[in-house]
Structures are given as C-alpha cells and as structure tokens.
Design a protein around this ligand. Structure first.
Ligand code: SF4
Length: 473
C-alpha cells in the first residue's frame, strides 16, 4: 500500500495515524498524486476560493473508500490537520473494521493531553472512545495528589543496566545478552560507578534534591551480587535523606537469587519488579525466555520473604502463541499472588524485534479483549490504573497501563510518563531529562546507546553532561 500526501504538510501525523492501523506493515510514501495507481491511500488538500477541500481516499483492487470536508479560509493549520486526520481515520476504520479506541490521537501521553479537554471535543473531534476517555480521566484523578506531592527542585536518578540473560523475540530494546557482554561487565560496572559519583557531585552543587531512584534495564539482576553491591555503594555519595522511593527492576525470574535480593534490600530499595510477561510456559518458550511460570512464582515468594514491601509484575497482551484464554489465565494467576502493582503492556512490534514483519502477530485482534478484561478484573481486585502510555506499532493500537493498590503507586513511573520531574540518568542508553517545572521546558542528554560505545567514549558523556549546569543556572 502506498500512502500519498498531496498538497499538504501534515505528513508526520497522517503517517503515524496510518501506521497505527497496520502494524507492522511496511508502507511506501509519496508526495505525488500521480502515484495514485493500483492500491493506494491518498490524502489531499485542494485550495478553493473560500477555503480548502480536504479528502482521504483508499483504493484497492475491489474497493474504494472516500471521505471529504470543506473548511473555510482562515482555519488554522492545526485544525486542518485534525480534520484531515479524522477523514483518514474514518476511511481506514471502514476499510479495516478496526475500532481504534484512541481515535486520531497518536501521541505517547494521552492522559496529559486529555486532562483539560471537554469530553465532547475528545469524543466528537478526536474520535476517542468513551471507555478510553473514562480511563484517562480516572488516571488523572489518581495522579493529581501524587503530582502535587512532588517536591521543588527534586529529581529522580535512573541507573541503566542494559543486559539480559537472552534476548526475548519481541524486544526492540538495545539490550545485550550476558553471553556477548560477559567480558566487559566488570568494566561497565566501574564506569557506572564513575558516572554515579559525577552525578552525585553535580546534584550537590546544583542543590537538587534526590526524590526517587530507579534501577532499570534490560535486567539489572543479570549483574552478580558483587557487581550490584559495587553499584549500590556508589549511591552513598548522594544525599538520600529525602528519597521517597527506590526501585530495582529485577525483571526476569531466572536472574533472581536470594543473595541478590538481600543485596538490593540492604541497599535500601523498597520496590522490586518480578516480570513474568505471561504465566503460560508454552508462550514463554515461544518468546525465547528460559524460565517457567513456576520460577516466576518462586522468585515472587522469595522477594516477599526477603521483605520487599512493594512488588510489581508485568504482563504483555498479544504475545505470540498466546490467546484470550491464555492471557486471562496469566492475569488471574498473577492476581492470586497479590502483587502491589500490575503493569499490562500491549505488544509493540518495532523494527528491531525478531518478530517484526510477522503478519500473524500484528493481526492478533484478541488484544483489545485482553485489555478490556484487564480493566475489569483488576478493578474487581482493588487495583486502580495510575499511569498509561502508548507506543508505536502496538497490536490493536492499545496502551500500556500501570495499576496499583491504593498507596503503592510508583512515583517514578508516573513522573517519567508525565514528564514533570528531572531525571538524571546514568549508564548506556540512559537519557537524562531536564525539566523546568515553571515553564515546562524540557531538554534531553542521551548517553551512548550501546555498552561498548559507553565504555569506549565515556569521557564524551561526562562532557555532554556539563549542559546540566547550564540548564539549572
Ligand atoms: S527482558 Fe526485557 S529488555 Fe531483556 S530482552 Fe526481554 S524484553 Fe528485552
């Protein structure tokens, strides 16, 4: 299918909307109406005496779908973009039969966008379904007091450990399997410690107040207990007297041992993630994970025994070889463990994932039903949604939602999603986000993506980070 933009500049939004209907289809694009031959989707703006005619047309060998609207002169570019998006949305919805509950919204953070919007505008002009709108509103209500509790000049510290025991087939993250990286893991830990010390000194000079700590990955527990100890020892350089939350994403159950959990606990972490993704062993095998659901339960029990007060578990809707029944089973089994937080992701197929291009994954229409079931079961079990984000190329164009028992919400997850707090990030692939809370201005400083680049060009990172001083002065 070729997507054609004729006489308008709304390429970015139109392309994103188009792609959201067809992940992971590879599409061609053109800016020439003459390419409207064979199978195509044409989006067009024609200038008239008193305004424009906007239209969307999708043509295949056997069918043709068309929608158009005249709009008056003087209408803003933003409004023209919205109208053309709605026309395309209607045409694609009719062609595919998909409901697409987020309407024409293609952004990552719909909660923030919808917060101050009238229901009638969101539903009537942006085509957002009443159900998703209610979900966004509910999350906003939970978030408001937590956002208000964020201290002035506070920041979160993110520590990246981009290693995993093996690579899951659906993963697009720049993560290195331990086998490949084994030779340089110690060196990685040493540089991480250097960057942590630099960051601690910088925060002190700038009088920034450390609020939350998050160790993420990859799978941080691919590090040995000794390596973890070394990383945590560097945290002593920070003023931790105001820290409200310290999370370690243990992630894959096959990397979790009592010794590592005790090291994490002794370092002061109070939250941990044990991520099953699914509780069906056949699906675990299909996605390239080398652990069983029993190991997930054992790791969870161990984490409770060691004394973690707050445990999160992640599941993914739409995994290969899973179905609605299997997903329901996984969610019920996770609920039976009674974790404090449950995060349900919709499978996102990105280019880097081994699965990209496999059509049977992208057409898994059970995902919407899985997500609906999640909302229903988790609210019955006493969990409330508290953060939400969307990704590109998500199966069925669904979202990722974090649920929590009241009072156990992760501040870090919420602050990062809503982009309201500075994050000083260390490690390969980590992205420092500087937020000016009075103006909303945001600047980013990205560390090198790959561990070997991080190690070989470490000094460049430290140089780049000088910009933090400029931002806060
Ligand atoms: S555990 Fe997560 S980061 Fe690691 S390979 Fe699997 S999906 Fe990717």
């Amino acid at each position: 299918m070729i997507l054609i933009f004729a006489n308008h500049g709304f390429h970015y939004e139109i392309e994103r909307l188009f792609r959201s209907f067809f992940p992971p289809l590879k599409i061609e694009m053109s800016f020439d109406k003459a390419d409207a031959k064979g199978e195509y989707c044409l989006t067009e703006r024609i200038e008239r005496v008193n305004g424009w005619t906007l239209s969307a047309e999708l043509k295949t060998e056997r069918e043709c779908y068309f929608a158009s609207e005249d709009i008056p002169a003087g209408e803003s570019e933003k409004e023209q973009e919205r109208v053309l998006s709605v026309l395309l949305f209607k045409v694609l919805r009719e062609y595919t039969g998909k409901s697409m509950p987020w309407g024409i919204l293609t952004g990552v953070r719909p909660v923030k966008l919808l917060a101050n919007m009238q229901d009638s505008y969101a539903e009537g002009k942006l085509m957002v379904s009443a159900r998703k709108l209610a979900l966004a509103r509910k999350i906003n209500r939970v978030q408001r007091p937590l956002i208000a509790s964020m201290p002035e000049r506070s920041y979160s510290l993110y520590i990246s450990v981009p290693f995993c025991p093996t690579r899951c087939s659906y993963c697009s993250f720049v993560s290195h399997s331990v086998d490949k990286a084994a030779g340089r893991m110690d060196e990685y830990v040493d540089r991480l410690v250097d960057e942590l010390k630099y960051t601690a000194d910088m925060a002190e000079k700038l009088r920034l107040r450390l609020d939350t700590i998050y160790v993420g990955g990859g799978t941080p527990t691919t590090l040995s207990a000794e390596q973890l100890k070394k990383v945590f020892a560097a945290l002593d350089r920070f003023d931790r007297s105001h820290v409200r939350e310290f999370t370690v994403e243990a992630g894959r159950p096959d990397t979790i041992t009592r010794e590592k959990l005790e090291v994490i606990k002794a370092a002061g972490a109070d939250r941990i993630s044990v991520n099953p993704q699914t509780m069906r062993d056949s699906v675990l095998k299909a996605i390239g994970r080398q652990h069983t659901s029993q190991q997930t339960e054992d790791a969870y029990d161990l984490a409770r025994e060691v004394g973690f007060r707050s445990i999160n578990m992640d599941l993914i809707a739409g995994l290969p070889e899973d179905d609605l029944e299997g997903f329901r089973y996984s969610l019920q089994r996770v609920c039976a463990l009674a974790p404090d937080n449950i995060t349900v992701h919709s499978l996102s197929l990105k280019r880097a994932a081994a699965l990209f291009g496999e059509a049977e994954i992208g057409s898994n229409s059970d995902v919407a039903a899985m997500i609906d079931y999640t909302h229903k079961l988790l609210s019955e079990e006493g969990y409330a949604p508290y953060y939400l984000y969307r990704q590109k190329n998500t199966v069925d164009n669904q979202e990722n939602t974090g649920y929590a028992l009241t009072g156990t919400e992760s501040l870090y997850n919420m602050y990062i999603m809503e982009e309201i707090q500075t994050i000083l990030a260390v490690g390969a692939g980590a992205s420092t986000k500087l937020v000016d809370t009075s103006t909303g201005r945001i600047e980013r400083i990205c560390n090198h993506k790959y561990p070997y680049e991080y190690l070989d060009r470490f000094n460049e990172i430290i140089e780049k980070k000088q910009a933090v001083f400029g931002f806060f002065s």
